[in-house]
Design a binder for this molecule. Structure first.
Ligand SMILES: Nc1ncnc2c1ncn2[C@@H]1O[C@H](COP(=O)(O)OP(=O)(O)O)[C@@H](O)[C@H]1O
Ligand SMILES: [Mg+2]
Length: 247
């Protein structure tokens, strides 16, 4: 198998737990270079845990995580960040007392990037989210929910990721703002070739955005396919699209 054929991320038989609560019960998942992959599922399915376990915390109890052909199972979060995996966690978690500019700087500090890289990344982020440009000296905590999400994604982008993982980026946002966030993900993928994993409860948007999707139920993957395939499946429509879980 040549390097180009190796998936960017490959997860095999991954298990993780919080004490006695088994949140991941043996997950297999692949993300190929240049793909947008979405992970959908109800609240409590284990989506955030999967994303966090890939990022090193909680630690995997069993199974294997490979990034670009390298085993990263059990690596510390800072080592994983240095391999240029970046995440925007659920609830955004920007630094509320720091300015927008300082928050972005923190993202660049996660990897060893030089000044030229930083300037290029910053320009990219501000082109993508012009609203952040107007708010550079404002504190993060004073931003609207949508702007905080833009900042969380922008901060992740400052580390020049090869894999960007976003946990429920549209959560709590007005539809118009959610659409801007999804559009930005599409642009990053199409124009920059960025590989993206998006965790979403908004299955409708997510499956339209993604090349492929995985459905998670109770710590297990129950279905996978292209976004279009999953959107067309009656059980997906019944469980995630027509039952009021699309908001
Ligand atoms: N910090 C934690 N401590 C204990 N249990 C947790 C913790 N975080 C999540 N869980 C449990 O793990 C399971 C998966 O949660 P989570 O990964 O947050 O699901 P999702 O992101 O799909 O909503 C749930 O049963 C949840 O209650
Ligand atoms: Mg979650």
């Amino acid at each position: 198998m040549s390097a180009a054929d190796t998936p960017l991320l490959a997860v095999h038989g991954l298990r993780a737990a919080y004490g006695k609560i088994e949140a991941l019960k043996g997950i297999d998942l692949e993300i190929r270079r240049g793909e947008i992959v979405t992970l959908i599922g109800a609240n409590g399915a284990g989506k955030s845990t999967l994303m966090m376990t890939i990022f090193g915390r909680p630690r995997a109890k069993a199974g294997r995580i490979e990034f670009d052909g390298h085993d990263i199972t059990g690596a510390a979060t800072h080592q994983i960040a240095r391999m240029r995996i970046a995440q925007s966690p659920e609830g955004r978690r920007i630094f509320p007392r720091m300015t927008v500019a300082e928050n972005l700087q923190m993202g660049a500090d996660a990897t060893e990037s030089n000044d030229v890289d930083r300037a290029a990344s910053l320009e990219r982020v501000l082109t993508l989210f012009p609203r952040l440009k107007e708010r550079m000296i404002q504190r993060g905590g004073t931003l609207s929910g949508g702007e905080q999400q833009m900042l969380a994604i922008g901060r992740a982008l400052m580390s020049r990721p090869r894999l960007l993982m976003l946990d429920e980026p549209s959560l709590g946002l007005a539809p118009l703002i959610a659409r801007q966030i999804f559009d930005a993900i599409r642009i990053l993928n199409r124009d920059d070739g960025l590989t993206v994993l998006v965790v979403e409860q908004n299955a409708n948007h997510a499956l339209r955005l993604a090349h492929r999707g995985y459905v998670m139920v109770n710590g297990l993957i129950t279905l996978s396919g292209t976004g279009a395939e999953l959107l067309a499946r009656p059980e997906i429509r019944a469980a995630y699209l027509e039952g009021g879980r699309t908001a």
